[in-house]
Design a protein around this ligand. Structure first.
Ligand SMILES: NC(=O)c1ccc[n+]([C@@H]2O[C@H](COP(=O)([O-])OP(=O)(O)OC[C@H]3O[C@@H](n4cnc5c(N)ncnc54)[C@H](O)[C@@H]3O)[C@@H](O)[C@H]2O)c1
Length: 253
């Protein structure tokens, strides 16, 4: 994908799973990648993997629920590298309470958008991808089994609300910055083989999740990364405000 060579990207939650896969993909395509994560060890491991393939990357500790820290990190990238072309607002959590979930999943994405889009507009353009979910376009389908479990329903509701909110933010910022050359899109992954799925669910639970996808399997982080890379590239130059499913047909049912 020649269209993103020589660009500068900032990725949140780049220390694991989908964020790591997107970082590796952008780096292979010639982008310099700032890999941020609240888990600096994870971010450093991603940087090591990128450097092994000859790519350019650096690691940074960042908690996306801290607005001042997000603002400073983005301004620093623009200052140090002379530009900020790509933002991947990917950090997210599941299984947490309302406040924690929304502070990271929703406010964190908003902080990235509100502080990166003006930088991109001033330099003449840029592209953002926000990681939403199939839970951004519909409810978690198996929740009916657990309606009496207030803690579980609370965390599921928070996750679903935060991921729906990301799509609203995506549309709002896409429209606001369309004439400034900043494109803003969302990806909506189905269940993807990352630590939050493979380490926290039994084999039986994973087979159940596989059965929810018409393709009969979970997605690979790399399959999500391919779509994110397309959306930030010039190949997607007329795509903005979209929420793109990467879900093996889950939302088509
Ligand atoms: N795996 C799936 O099935 C799936 C499906 C749909 C959407 N998603 C979304 O994809 C994104 C990535 O998830 P993943 O599956 O790769 O999970 P993951 O747990 O493997 O990676 C998430 C990363 O985010 C980091 N993080 C957590 N809180 C943070 C914070 N406050 N600030 C900065 N970084 C923080 C973690 O340290 C971790 O490295 C999330 O937004 C998640 O909601 C995942």
């Amino acid at each position: 994908m020649p269209y993103i060579e020589g660009r500068v990207a900032f990725i949140t939650g780049a220390g694991s799973g989908i964020g790591r896969a997107i970082a590796l993909k952008l780096a292979v395509e010639g982008t310099t990648v700032v890999c941020s994560d609240i888990d600096i060890g994870g971010a450093q491991d991603t940087v090591t993997l990128i450097k092994e393939t000859g790519g350019l990357a650096l690691a940074e500790a960042l908690d996306t629920s801290d607005e001042t820290a997000v603002k400073e990190a983005l301004e620093q990238v623009a200052q140090q590298h002379g530009r900020l072309d790509i933002l991947i607002n990917n950090a997210g959590v599941g299984g947490k309470d309302w406040e924690t979930t929304n502070a990271i999943n929703l406010s964190g994405v908003y902080y990235g958008l509100i502080h990166a889009c003006p930088i991109m507009a001033r330099q003449g353009g840029g592209a953002v991808v926000n990681t939403s979910s199939i839970a951004g376009v519909g409810a978690v389908s198996w929740a009916a089994e657990y309606h009496e479990n207030t803690d579980l329903l609370g965390s599921l509701s928070a996750y679903t609300a935060s991921k729906h909110g990301i799509i609203g933010l995506t549309k709002q910022f896409a429209v606001a910055f369309a004439k400034a050359g900043v494109r803003v899109n969302a990806i909506c992954p189905g269940y993807i083989k990352t630590p939050i799925i493979t380490e926290l669910r039994s084999e039986k639970q994973q087979s159940f999740l596989e059965s929810l996808h018409p393709m009969g399997r979970l997605g690979e982080p790399q399959e999500v990364a391919e779509v994110a890379a397309f959306l930030v590239s010039k190949a997607a130059s007329f795509v903005t405000g979209a929420a793109v499913p990467v879900d093996g047909g889950y939302t088509a049912k």
